[in-house]
Design a protein around this ligand. Sequence first.
Ligand SMILES: C[S@@+](CC[C@H](N)C(=O)[O-])C[C@H]1O[C@@H](n2cnc3c(N)ncnc32)[C@H](O)[C@@H]1O
Ligand SMILES: [Zn+2]
Length: 304
Amino acid sequence: MALPSYIRCPTCRTALGSDDACPRCGVTYETVDSIPRLLDRSAPGLDAKLRELAAWPELAKEQGWYGTDDRIDDALPYLNRDLGWDDRAWGATQHGFDTMVRHYVKPGMRILEIGAAKSWASQRLIPLGCEYVAVDLVVDPVIGLGRGTYFERTVGPYLRVQADGERLPFAEGSFDLAFCVATLHHAIDLRAMVSELARVTRRGGIVAGLNEGTRAPYRSGENPDQEHEKELGINEHVHTMWTYLAAFARAGLRPVRLEYAEGASKLAERNIAGKLLRVGSLPATLWALNAYPYAGLSLYARRR
Ligand SMILES: C[S@@+](CC[C@H](N)C(=O)[O-])C[C@H]1O[C@@H](n2cnc3c(N)ncnc32)[C@H](O)[C@@H]1O
Ligand SMILES: [Zn+2]
């Protein structure tokens, strides 16, 4: 598959030549197993990121989710809805993704996902008439972009790119919508990742960060639950809601929707948040994200 015209050198953002080489840097970018490898080898912190390549499959093997199960992949991300699972993390992803599709996705859009892992969103977005581009560092055939060949059997070929979300190999304004699920908190430089999402989105387009863990401002950023991931080399951070909002604002993104990741209706059972919900979902959400030690958010914003 020839690379589309909006692909750029990740280092200097020059358009690549017909030989997939950057005329300015002189670097040739290879495509292996149908996945263009568009990493900026000179990027600071790349070593730490590349350590993650090995760490994710290792974690998956330890936790018993390294393996292909077509029935599970066919249902992604609706594992709770369609397979009867009762998993909080997938419940939040399901809610955030469904909200994005219902409110912001239209046929004909070109949509980017970073930190796409298997790129399961292809099977939801391409049938809606969208073009879908998946980016991740991990190309593993089971839990990374390599697994996209499975979804391609149903939805046809789509672009999967090995790239760093903090240094995207795309021209400015290439996408109508750019999103990620549980990925912003892995950024070594959160501002860089958010501003790259904003840069590659057209003016008036949508940038969404779905199901990102948050901490209350009074809690430490060291979440003991993430110690093991960090030991393996996975870059984990827990930001406050305010840190996410500030990164979005700085990147020229105007928030249009802020949600408690599992959905405001989940707050009905809670004492204070339940009462605030009667006033409106935003007061209840703000309370939850600032009072609960650890929670999660989904943030949808429009590029100015
Ligand atoms: C928690 S997983 C979420 C995977 C997927 N979004 C999902 O919800 O099923 C985070 C993903 O972000 C990817 N990731 C982490 N840092 C990244 C970076 N700098 N650029 C691109 N992807 C990154 C990881 O490789 C991993 O696949
Ligand atoms: Zn270059």
